[in-house]
Design a protein. Structure first.
Length: 284
């Protein structure tokens, strides 16, 4: 198995990723100055290349119906965590922040696959590379916590420990990077099993909100598409979910759930709601 990413020789503003085995390769190449992209796929052992829209292999940053969650919308989640502690049956990602060392978090030690939330990048400015002195440790812990909870049904260890990531075979690794900036986040589709990093923005008001952004963008890294819907007002790329049930799909407009506090239900979806535009099973 091999994986590589970088720039194309002779094209300063370019990007590429290749991964796979001699029998099954996948990859893409983007030439930004020419606004062209090429995708490499394998069918019956034969690798072929096809010119595709740039957006297919490197989508525009995600934009949601509400980029700014209401103040205090996540406060009830902390109470839920303390309730779990009281039951005495606490998984590593449950409970409130109690001073844990953020460099060595693991949700499922020994799991076959590993998702690294890159804490080193988290504390650096993407544009300048300067260290960021303004950060909230509880904020990042809640990000890890929400991400770990969202992937708890998979054989996936959500970590901040680079040593755990480095000793995991590359085909079983996923990488998420965080930057001290505002704006939209983005991820490269089908980039698991490579060192290609999704780019997530730190400046969000709540740690749990950042965690849900992480889930959404890593979902793209697993090749998941947006969960939209069709309503009387027209077609939406991001579904607002079902307000009567306080439900919203993770690959939809997850910010909608902030107004529902601890009653909000965020789930992977297979389009099991009226008007769904995407029927793929996120759990398959």
């Amino acid at each position: 198995y091999m994986a590589a990413n970088g720039r194309v020789r002779g094209h300063e503003r370019s990007d590429f990723m290749m991964k796979g085995t001699e029998d099954d390769m996948y990859g893409w190449m983007v030439l930004e100055d020419e606004n062209r992209a090429f995708e490499y796929t394998t069918v019956d052992g034969i690798v072929s290349v096809e010119e595709v829209p740039v957006e297919k292999v490197r989508p525009a940053p995600c934009g949601h119906n509400s980029d700014t969650p209401p103040e205090g919308a996540d406060e009830a989640h902390g109470e839920a965590g303390r309730g779990a502690e009281a039951l005495g049956e606490v998984e590593p990602h449950e409970g409130s922040y109690a001073g844990q060392d953020l460099r060595y978090l693991q949700s499922q030690p020994g799991a076959r696959a590993v998702l690294l939330l890159d804490i080193d990048v988290y504390f650096r400015n993407k544009r300048t590379g300067d260290a960021v002195v303004r950060y909230d440790k509880r904020h990042f812990f809640e990000n890890w916590q929400a991400t770990a909870a969202g992937f708890s049904m998979f054989n996936l260890n959500v970590v901040t420990d680079h040593a755990v990531y480095d000793r995991t075979p590359i085909r079983n690794r996923v990488l998420a990077c965080f930057y001290d900036q505002e704006g939209r986040s983005h991820a490269y589709p089908n980039s698991i099993g490579s060192n290609r990093c999704g780019s997530f923005n730190y400046r969000q008001r709540t740690g749990y909100g950042l965690g849900r952004t992480t889930l959404h963008e890593v979902g793209h890294q697993f090749s998941l598409r947006h969960d939209g819907d069709v309503t009387s007002s027209g077609r939406r790329e991001y579904s607002n979910g079902l307000s009567a049930f306080r439900y919203v799909p993770i690959m939809g407009n997850f910010w909608r759930g902030n107004s529902w506090g601890s009653q909000a239900l965020y789930q992977w979806s297979k389009g099991e709601y009226n008007g769904a535009t995407n029927r793929e099973d996120d759990l398959s």
